[in-house]
Design a protein around this ligand. Structure first.
Ligand code: PEP
Ligand code: MG
Length: 874
């Protein structure tokens, strides 16, 4: 019989895939002898089984849950649903990777009309018992049954208003009894049945709700953003309750062993006296800093610190812990490797190496490659910052600089982002439903909530700048305005946030580019030491190339020459070339372009100081260069001395039904070899002249796009070689040059052995290769890909994350075939995937020579390449 349920003492930290992160850590802490309220974990496999059985929990699983419940009852000397001494439990989700998008915790499960009396008698506190029961009804209805919580809040407000009181704590036992009655009526009205009195029914409904939450929309969005597979499932943790709301010697809190924002060593966290679990994260009451616990409950603080240090030593990483104190007794509810900003991650990893706790390789693997993106974002320009008008200050919840227009709902933030606006989301407080809007925002500002509020935790995870808990703000979300520092800001007004200081500025402050230094540089140096893959960049201008060099690029893997033609002084010339009727006319037009191309290439060669540069010859369909509106066509006709109608007809004749599969790529060079001739001359002359001038030894790499057949490449190659040799002769140079191709058509991958006879190198153009392998237009997938996510056909965008099963097979095959023909063939990738960590790992496995990505992703690729190499050796 399969085992679906594990007591905490039966598990361990390495059972994370089966028990989820929370379950595995609860097990580990139990085995370390720490004070953990006992309980059990229903496995992630039980979740998968629930889905496989058409969303049903099998009798076998149910039996095992109840058997473990009996063991827990025995241990706690309490009984589920008992009149005298009832057992109450919490129910929490816990996936393999922590996922804030999933189900909220349910507390106090096991209370009913009978057990609440037993609970009151045991605790000697009727008010406390009724308050727990009303909270449970509210939570169960909201989280498990999806009855809106606003209905319950309204009742609570009514009762308070009638009594002329402000706080829940001012309601007595009788008031709460009345509230419970009304809550149960709401439940019955909405659900068509009584609130479940059988605790076992409550428990099974809660377990089902956790399983269901694995597939709620927020969780799916979160998974997609974080590359978490949909078939992992979540575990469910059932744990005996301890109470932080039993008076002034009770409390609850969350704490980190190091600062999750900066990485600074030292305890960091918050707690609330006389409060229950979610009160701290919900941001409704403002919590105390953890160090103040030393004054409130010194013994608990000492014990807490001892355990916190022990946990960090044990896990050899910064811990994020939840604890509860019940009548002076300290309990740990969970621990996990804490989420942190990229800046903190770098500092923590370097400090742990210096403290002798981890190796350089481990430090490299501790940094999430994608998170480096946060550090590559701009910070505020010093002068702009000095002159900026500070309107107020909140908590520095997640670092970074952000400036944009304010929006008050996640939905509007998303829409504005879609329009290309920079957005600052301003909310009273955020909740998990806001996740997409938060993702679309440059920065997040909240009125309520501490450093561990939802907004703060999620923003840090995303690397988005966040200032939280700015209580000085007067906000009206419905009317879309807020006031701060005596100024009213309406939707669409600009503000700027500094997530590192918590300062809120008026207007749109200027930012400056990031640099790699300090801990960042140290980690990158370690990464370079261990990686096998080379990292190049995709750059079309000297400015981009310089940026990439600063970020560690070792060469250019893709220089898209067409981008050079769009400048105002060049486009008329390329248009003239396209609209020419004869070869002579075309050549004349191209001759005018040579000086421009040549100086562009010289600029790039000079910037790259002799590092390898791959220049890709003209690729896009020609219609992209010609005007579409009549005024532009008229101007062009005038310049060319042609009739408007003639030019218009010619432009229209360039129309294609499938331009992406039309007259583009090497097909342009097949039909108009003079284009390849012009580009070859420009490349060769530029390289020879820069070599002579600076003493470089550039060997230009000329890359032919969209090849599908050896003969096609051979044809274009012949044209290039003729001109290159001619230029060499003219310039009396013995410069070496290389001709290779992109592999971006499936046929080229299939026939890579033949193509390698002509190509000295392959560069996988995985944008087109994905497009052609899937048959998905790369420009149109946005229209339907969401339905594919919703229907679980695909979990991620194949244009962002390489489809290793399909497209990956083609790459692997082409690499093998290429090497068979030409053992020293140089293999690279220059599609967008070259900067995606999981795709980089694949490239390492396949044994490519280099990856090439946009400048800002160079550090990400360097780190991902090192992680792939280190993991490969283990
Ligand atoms: C590719 O297709 O992957 C590629 C790099 O070329 P482009 O994006 O310019 O088509
Ligand atoms: Mg391409």
């Amino acid at each position: 019989m399969a085992k679906w349920v594990y007591r905490f003492e039966e598990g361990s930290a390495d059972m994370r895939p089966l028990l989820g992160g929370k379950g595995a850590n609860l097990a580990e802490m139990t085995n370390l002898g720490l004070p953990i309220p006992q309980g059990f974990t229903v496995t992630t496999e039980a979740c998968t089984d629930y889905y496989n059985k058409g969303k049903k929990i099998s009798d076998e699983i149910k039996d095992q849950i109840f058997a473990e419940l009996a063991v827990l009852e025995e241990k706690q000397q309490k009984k589920f649903g008992d009149t005298d001494n009832p057992l109450l439990v919490s129910v929490r989700s816990g996936a393999r990777a922590s996922m804030p998008g999933m189900m909220d915790t349910i507390l106090n499960l096991g209370l009913n009309d009978v057990s609440v009396e037993g609970f009151a008698a045991r605790t000697g506190n009727k008010r406390f018992a009724y308050d727990s029961y009303r909270r449970f009804i509210q939570m169960f209805s909201d989280v498990v049954m999806e009855v809106p919580k606003s209905l319950f809040e309204r009742v609570l407000d009514e009762v308070k208003n009638k009594k002329h009181v402000h706080y829940d704590t001012e309601l007595n036992a009788d008031d709460l009894m009345g509230v419970i009655k009304r809550f149960k009526t709401i439940y019955k009205d909405k659900m068509g049945e009584d609130f479940p009195q059988d605790p076992k029914v409550q428990l099974m409904e809660a377990v089902k709700a956790v399983f269901r939450s694995w597939d709620n929309e927020r969780a799916i969005v979160y998974r997609r953003m974080n590359d978490i597979p949909g078939d992992w499932g979540t575990a469910v943790n059932v744990q005996a309750m301890v109470f932080g709301n039993m008076g002034d010697t009770s409390g609850t809190g969350v704490a980190f062993t190091r600062n999750p924002s900066t990485g600074e060593k030292g305890i960091f966290g918050e707690y609330l006296i006389n409060a229950q679990g979610e009160d701290v994260v919900a941001g409704i009451r403002t919590p105390q800093p953890i160090t103040k616990l030393a004054e409130d409950l010194p013994e608990c603080y000492a014990k807490f610190m001892e355990i916190a240090n022990k946990l960090e030593e044990h896990y050899r990483d910064m811990q994020d812990m939840e604890f509860t104190i019940e009548n002076g007794n300290l309990y740990f509810l969970q621990t996990r490797n804490g989420k942190r900003t990229a800046q903190a991650a770098l500092k923590i990893a370097c400090d742990l190496v210096d403290e002798g706790k981890i190796t350089e390789q481990e430090a490299v693997c501790r940094i999430e490659a994608k998170s480096l993106d946060q550090l590559l974002h701009p910070t505020f320009d010093d002068i702009a910052l000095r002159d900026g008008e500070v309107m107020g200050i909140g908590l520095p919840a997640s670092p970074g600089a952000a400036a944009g227009k304010v929006y008050f709902t996640a939905e509007e933030a998303k829409i504005a982002h879609g329009r290309g606006e920079r957005v600052i989301l301003v909310r009273l407080e955020t909740s998990p439903e806001d996740i997409e809007g938060m993702h679309a925002s440059e920065g997040i500002l909240t009125v309520r909530g501490g450093m561990t509020s939802h907004a703060a935790v999620v923003a840090r995870g995303m690397g988005t700048c966040c200032v939280s808990g700015c209580g000085a703000i007067n906000i009206n979300e419905d009317e879309k305005w807020f006031e701060l520092g005596g100024v009213k800001f309406n939707e669409g007004d600009y503000i700027s946030l500094d997530g590192s200081t918590g300062k809120i500025y008026r207007g749109d402050l200027r930012t400056r580019d990031a640099v790699i230094s300090g801990n960042f540089e140290r980690i990158m140096n370690w990464a370079d030491k261990y990686r096998k893959l080379r990292v190049r960049t995709n750059a079309d201008t000297p400015a981009d190339a310089l940026n990439a060099l600063k970020l560690g690029a070792e060469g250019i893997g893709l220089c898209r020459t067409e981008h050079m033609f769009f400048d105002a002084d060049r486009i008329p010339k390329i248009r003239k070339m396209i609209l020419s009727n004869t070869v002579e006319q075309r050549e004349a037009a191209l001759n005018e372009l040579i000086p421009f191309q040549k100086s562009d290439f010289k600029g790039i060669f000079k910037t790259m100081e002799g590092r390898p540069v791959t220049i890709r010859f003209l690729d896009p369909p020609l219609h992209e260069f010609v005007p579409t509106d009549d005024a532009d066509i008229k101007a062009l006709a005038k310049e060319m001395g042609l009739k408007f109608e003639e030019v218009k007809a010619k432009c229209e004749s360039l129309h294609e039904f499938n331009p992406m599969m039309g007259h583009r790529g090497c097909r342009l060079a097949v039909t108009y070899p003079e284009i390849a001739r012009m580009q070859t001359r420009a490349v060769m002359e530029a390289a020879i002249e820069e070599n002579e001038k600076y003493g470089f030894s550039i060997e230009p790499e000329i890359m032919i796009p969209l090849v599908g057949d050896k003969k096609e490449l051979k044809f274009v190659k012949k044209v290039i070689v003729e001109v290159a040799e001619q230029v060499k002769k003219e310039k009396k140079s013995d410069i070496k040059y290389h001709i290779g191709t992109m592999i971006e058509i499936p046929r080229a991958a299939l026939l890579a052995d033949e193509i390698a006879e002509e190509a000295e190198f392959f560069s996988f153009g995985t944008n087109d290769l994905t497009q052609m392998t899937f048959g998905f237009s790369r420009d149109d997938t946005g229209k339907f890909i969401d339905s594919y996510y919703k229907s679980k056909i695909y979990e991620s965008d194949p244009f962002a994350k390489l489809d290793q099963n399909g497209v990956g097979q083609l790459i692997q095959m082409a690499a093998e075939k290429g090497r068979k023909t030409r053992p020293d063939i140089k293999l690279g990738i220059c599609g967008e995937h070259g900067g995606d960590p999981s795709s980089v790992e694949f490239c390492h496995k396949v044994g490519l020579t280099y990856v090439s990505c946009s400048p800002f992703r160079v550090p990400i690729a360097r780190l991902a390449a090192a992680q792939a190499a280190i993991n490969d050796e283990q």
